[in-house]
Design a protein around this ligand. Structure first.
Ligand code: ZN
Length: 284
């Protein structure tokens, strides 16, 4: 399931092909994904120019010169592939290619740009979705907390959000009102890096520790985005699928392995239905 760094990587991959470009044709190959497509979606997008492609939480947001926003979520298995007529697509040998191969029967949405680039959304499990918002619809993200990589997110904003909270700090970090787009993996990693037990009550994290935690959240995300960036350089040589990459975590998925800091075994506990990986020695 794509997390924030994967979505950011997809955004960076798509940006040069979409930003400033006109959509000359939009094809929907079915009526819905997880939800029905927006009414007249193709009509509303065809002939429009994409002014910007940004990311909010785990959503891609394409803003058009018709004052509308196309909001896209990758769900569990959504991928974009870029078919640039100037770059020949090679059939790729090896495992990397296998992991990235997309089955054309799951190509659900196709965007053709004025420059002849075809951008295809492929999603076998169809948990992804697309929505459109006009000016009258207001800000679709009004209820979402600060972006973890923006200046509005800080130790202070965390401390304010945590104050009086009786829930564990791990659940608080997964709350989209507290910070946008953080998923299970990066919450585990940031808490490990900050030396904070996932079971500590959010309201009991000191202001100083909140500063450390905010910094660690940024750092784990930025490192993953960097790892994703290196896959972007390769994508043109494979089949053009964006945004899925392998990188290693310090505690996530490492139950029973030696903690990289103290060598005691990494523990796994289930917290509100999700696995939490942590070191009880390093995290207090
Ligand atoms: Zn440890």
């Amino acid at each position: 399931m794509p997390e924030l760094p994967e979505v950011e990587t997809v955004r960076r991959g798509l940006q040069p092909y979409l930003e400033g470009e006109e959509l000359s044709k939009v094809t929907l190959n079915r009526a819905d994904l997880r939800f029905p497509f927006p009414e007249r979606m193709a009509d509303r997008l065809e002939g429009a120019r994409i002014i910007s492609l940004s990311r909010r939480a785990k959503f891609l947001v394409a803003e058009t010169d018709r004052n509308e926003k196309l909001v896209m979520h990758l769900g569990m298995s959504g991928r974009f592939t870029i078919h640039d007529p100037d770059i020949p697509v090679q059939q790729n040998p090896g495992e990397f290619a296998h992991a990235h191969a997309t089955n054309p029967k799951h190509d659900h949405v196709e965007f053709l740009t004025g420059k002849g680039v075809r951008i295809v959304f492929n999603d076998p499990r169809r948990f992804g979705y697309m929505q459109m918002f006009g000016e009258a619809d207001g800000d679709p993200f009004a209820e979402v907390g600060p972006e973890p990589l923006s200046n509005t997110f800080s130790g202070e904003s965390l401390y304010e959000a945590f104050r009086g909270k009786k829930s564990p700090v791990k659940s608080a970090l997964l709350d989209q009102h507290v910070v946008a787009g953080l998923g299970n993996i990066y919450v585990c990693e940031a808490l490990f890096m900050a030396g904070i037990s996932p079971h500590r009550l959010a309201g009991n994290v000191s202001r100083k520790k909140c500063d450390v935690l905010a910094q660690c959240v940024r750092e784990v995300l930025e490192r993953a985005i960097q790892a994703g960036g290196s896959t972007l350089k390769d994508y043109a040589h494979t089949d053009g699928a964006l945004g899925y990459f392998q990188h290693s975590f310090r505690v996530y998925g490492r139950e029973g392995e030696a903690c990289s800091a103290c060598t005691k075994p990494v523990l796994r506990k289930v917290q509100s239905g999700r696995s939490t990986f942590f070191c009880s020695h390093c995290q207090r």
